[in-house]
Write a protein that binds this ligand. Structure first.
Ligand SMILES: Cc1cc2nc3c(=O)[nH]c(=O)nc-3n(C[C@H](O)[C@H](O)[C@H](O)COP(=O)(O)O)c2cc1C
Length: 487
């Protein structure tokens, strides 16, 4: 038996003589759910809505011609209404057998494209991007690209999932279907195709749903992260448990660390060279080799001041329940959250002991956390080794990269972003955007100060955890930047 029901999160109400269907979908920016309004609906339409909200509607009820309960013009109208609800991602489609619900298609986006079994022979397989998660006693199959999830509730259908790992045809699927579900072979294939979790294979065996992503080289992890953070319409009833709210008090805007000793830094009195802003932009470039004379503490102080010092503490979104403390710095940050802290591995610097420091951006001082111990040295070596990949020059051997005078490590206090963005799901994406904004700030300020700047791609949060003494869940390293005196 194949039936349709409204999925969870769909609510049917009335306003005067109109019917209003509230959907589970909203934009990420504004969590007001989208709704559909139907003016002066007919009695049969109201009955359809009632059935879809309760026990569901069996396909046979509507599709059997000459059904005495439903007359012909009314039947085709109701089928069109069902199609409309299907396409808008409002219907749960369920196939049941002797054990009850066996397999369902649950839309997760507000647009679902119905695909039927192609004429002639076909070969079908799972998308390479599918995720399989336990769901009640069954499995939930989804993919970042798919508009629906397939819920396999009857374990007798698990062999189909095994078959779909490689290409298979209708015959193979039919063979593994239990007797009571044989008549639904085409429906099961249609469900898999419509969900987007499986596709029809080309001659190379690539399912059509994956073609563009595979050609562009998307990894499953990147595609998941991208789709998760860039979708405009979101499903507010996705069934994922709502995370525990973050206690914002635990992540104040200003971050103080327990330190061994503190060294205050001089405030900048002048910029060391005469470059105009546009000259700075024009002359900015990556420099990876350093002269014998190290940087000195006053230039380092200027570098930190013009990049990251706290200009002002502000109250963000005042008057709203989500009001929070924000910061203003020379560099921009999403929501003025400024959850990124700078740590410095000082390899050599005139006027400052080597070691591992936290930049106190409120007091413009450096707090020492550690000597230049093993994990710090490993971080410097990793940085030096990463410069061997400079694209403009011929590669050098890993031993030839120079350790920078100072390695700047950017570490994010995830909880600060999560305090504001747990619901939108954008916390980590915004942290990475803030990192990009800081990279550019460090490049420009270093250029203006005549320093040698180099952003890095590789870093180790493991080494950062060891040297900072903090759990990566509280503060995790997300970016690295080298500076020295240019050769
Ligand atoms: C996010 C980011 C990561 C980078 N990673 C590295 C790296 O790992 N090693 C390196 O030598 N340069 C790295 N660079 C520097 C780029 O290679 C450099 O910007 C690019 O070659 C263009 O040269 P230019 O900066 O002189 O214009 C990075 C730059 C950025 C912005």
């Amino acid at each position: 038996m194949l039936s349709y029901r409204f999925r969870d999160g769909v609510h049917v109400g009335s306003e005067e003589s109109d019917c209003v269907i509230t959907t589970p979908y909203a934009t990420r920016l504004n969590s007001i759910r989208h709704s559909l309004r139907f003016e002066d609906p007919s009695d049969s339409f109201k009955a359809l809505l009632r059935d879809l909200s309760t026990d569901g509607v069996e396909r046979e009820q509507l599709s059997i011609k000459n059904n005495p309960l439903v007359n012909e013009p009314c039947r085709s109208e109701l089928l069109a209404d069902l199609d409309n609800f299907y396409a808008k991602g409002l219907l749960l489609i369920e196939i049941s057998g002797v054990n009850g619900a066996a397999i369902c298609l649950k839309p997760v986006r507000s647009m679902l494209h119905r695909r039927t079994v192609p004429e002639g022979g076909f070969r079908i397989r799972f998308s390479r991007y599918v995720n399989v998660q336990p769901f009640n006693d069954g499995l939930r199959i989804s993919s970042p690209l798919s508009a629906g999830a397939v819920l396999v509730l009857d374990q007798r259908l698990f062999p189909i999932l095994v078959q779909l790992v490689s290409e298979c045809d209708e015959e193979i699927i039919r063979k593994v279907l239990p007797d009571d579900l044989q008549e639904h072979c085409a429906d099961v294939v249609s469900m898999l195709l419509s969900s987007g979790t499986a596709g029809i294979c080309d001659v190379q065996g690539v399912p059509d749903v994956d073609k563009e992503a595979v050609d562009a080289g998307w990894t499953a992890e990147d595609l998941e992260f991208h789709c998760h953070t860039r979708e405009q319409m979101i499903d507010l009833c996705s069934g994922q448990s709502v995370p525990r709210p973050v206690d914002q008090e635990r992540y104040p805007a200003k971050h103080q660390r327990i330190i061994l000793c503190s060294q205050s830094l001089p405030r900048p009195s002048r910029i060391n060279n005469n470059l105009s802003f546009f000259q700075v932009i024009h002359s900015r470039k990556t420099i990876r080799s350093y002269q014998d004379k190290p940087v000195n503490v006053s230039v380092l102080a200027d570098f930190l001041w013009h990049s990251m010092h706290i200009r002002e503490e502000i109250r963000c979104d005042p008057g709203l329940p989500r009001a929070y403390e924000g910061l203003l710095r020379p560099v921009a940050s999403a929501g003025a959250l400024h959850s990124i802290e700078l740590y410095l591995c000082i390899n050599r610097c005139i006027g400052l002991q080597s070691g591992f420091y936290h930049y106190d951006s409120a007091n413009h001082s450096l707090g020492k956390l550690n000597d230049l111990a093993d994990p710090c040295l490993q971080m410097l070596d990793l940085a030096a080794a990463s410069t061997c990949r400079a694209p403009q020059s011929t590669s050098v051997s890993p031993g030839q990269g120079q350790r920078p005078d100072v390695l700047v490590v950017m570490a994010a206090r995830y909880g600060r972003n999560a305090g504001l963005h747990q619901q939108t799901g954008l916390s980590y994406a915004l942290i990475l955007k803030d990192v990009g904004s800081i990279y550019q700030q460090l490049y420009l300020v270093a250029t203006a100060l005549g320093l040698a700047p180099c952003g890095l791609s590789f870093g180790s949060s493991e080494l950062f955890e060891q040297v900072s003494g903090l759990s990566g869940c509280l503060e995790c390293s997300v970016g690295e930047f080298m500076i020295g005196n240019p050769r």
